[in-house]
Design a protein around this ligand. Structure first.
Ligand code: SF4
Length: 408
């Protein structure tokens, strides 16, 4: 029943951090995270995966930043991503700094393998200057060697102490924009560690069972750990770590929150690009007009509204249907394939009409009914826009130069 607020919605009180536009903790709805499996230097492949994750319910996506090419990739991916991005950093302090140069919305540091206090404080200071939060990502499999010595093995106490050691370094530079995870592949161990940590700190907690393995066993393990804690009011953001296409992680996270009544069930799934220097249309206006019209029809499909034809259909190729703007036209696409080019003024109306036909007739029938000239016309518009605006409207090359100056 719509008005029943389940007790599970009662959360432990935490501070709030902002990962880009997504609030984490402090009463915000619990967010779903996932991580790309592409090389971050592969900009188009990584963006396609980020869009697929977003379409399946990921609110925040993490990408590895393990080498200079990855940081340079991030500089190009960040302005085109539909969701805030977290850079995952291990061992190399300069990769954390380069990820900040690239404009990421959050860093994840592993205290077990980025250990020099002066380096940790330097990253915290730079993150503080830029208003970027850091996740202290403790992992039972890569604890600080001193803690292994002290506790003999990964125990809940050792995981919590690792997080608190890192916090102490952050506090030395007055940095509090923090969320924390204490993951383990053992479900009882992670449950105990998170419970203990939640008694001691009020930073938002990122929940996960690390290396949970392939589905279905991986989903069961991760659900056992994450759901147990959520039902105790612990946890502000979650990630399933599965040995599978990361889309499965995003779906599982979303479905768990819906099953627990912690997120609203979705029928229509509208994804829209965040807009960037390439946008050819008021994405916010078109997306809200489309949302209003489509919600009235309550169609159980994924619909994408994309600001440009240069990247839109490719980035949103996982969506059932979408529209991308360019050269005063709308390119209507189904599963990434342009099926019709329509005047810009009619794009919302055409999108809604095609969505209805798609639900009635199915993907194969609507692809078969595509206008045979549409792909060629779309490609001509795409090339014309690339010539007009160039390859680098988001000034990624300037950021890449900054990364190179920092690392060289
Ligand atoms: S305007 Fe184009 S390149 Fe920019 S975010 Fe939207 S679809 Fe991607």
């Amino acid at each position: 029943m719509a008005n029943d607020k389940p007790d599970l919605a009662l959360r432990r009180k935490t501070r709030q951090v902002m990962v880009g536009s997504v609030p984490v903790g402090g009463g915000a709805q619990i967010s779903v995270q996932s991580m790309t499996t592409t090389k971050t230097a592969d900009v188009e492949g990584t963006l396609a995966q980020i869009y697929a994750l977003s379409a399946q319910g990921a609110d925040i996506v993490r990408c590895t930043c393990n080498e200079q090419a990855a940081a340079e990739g991030l500089a190009q991916i960040v302005p085109r991503s539909p969701v805030p991005l977290v850079a995952d950093v291990h061992f190399h302090v300069e990769m954390a700094l380069a990820a900040l140069d690239a404009g990421v919305a959050c860093l994840r540091l592993n205290p077990g393998n980025l250990r020099k206090p002066e380096e940790i404080k330097l990253v915290a200071q730079e993150a503080k200057d830029r208003g970027v939060p850091i996740r202290i990502g403790v992992n039972a499999g890569s604890l600080h060697p001193d803690l292994y010595k002290k506790y003999g093995r990964a125990t809940p106490e050792a995981l919590v102490e690792s997080a608190k050691m890192e916090l102490a370094y952050f506090q030395e530079v007055d940095f509090e924009n923090v969320k924390i995870s204490v993951k383990a592949s053992s479900v009882p161990l992670m449950i105990q560690a998170y419970r203990m940590l939640s008694e001691e700190v009020d930073y938002p907690l990122h929940l996960g069972v690390t290396e949970a393995g392939p589905p279905p066993a991986g989903i069961i393990k991760a659900t056992a750990g994450i759901a147990s804690l959520l039902t105790q009011g612990i946890g502000d953001t979650i990630r399933y770590s599965l040995t599978a296409d990361p889309v499965e992680e995003a779906k599982a996270g979303r479905q768990l929150l819906e099953a627990l009544g912690l997120r609203e069930r979705k029928s229509l799934d509208l994804v829209a690009c965040p807009s960037c220097g390439r946008a050819e249309v008021d994405v916010i206006g078109v997306a809200s007009a489309a949302q209003k019209a489509l919600e009235a029809l309550n169609l159980p499909i994924q619909v994408a509204v994309m600001g440009c034809v240069v990247n839109g259909p490719g980035e949103a190729r996982e969506a059932d249907i979408g529209i991308a703007a360019g050269k005063n036209k709308g390119h209507l696409f189904i599963k990434g394939k342009v099926v019709r080019v329509v005047p810009e003024a009619d794009m919302v109306q055409e999108l809604v009409a095609e969505a209805e036909r798609l639900v009635k007739e199915g993907v194969a029938a609507r692809l078969a009914a595509a206008d045979s000239n549409a792909e060629a016309e779309a490609e001509a518009d795409r090339q014309a826009l690339l010539e007009d605006k160039g390859q680098d409207v988001n000034r990624a090359s300037e950021k890449i130069e900054a990364i190179r100056r920092r690392i060289s």
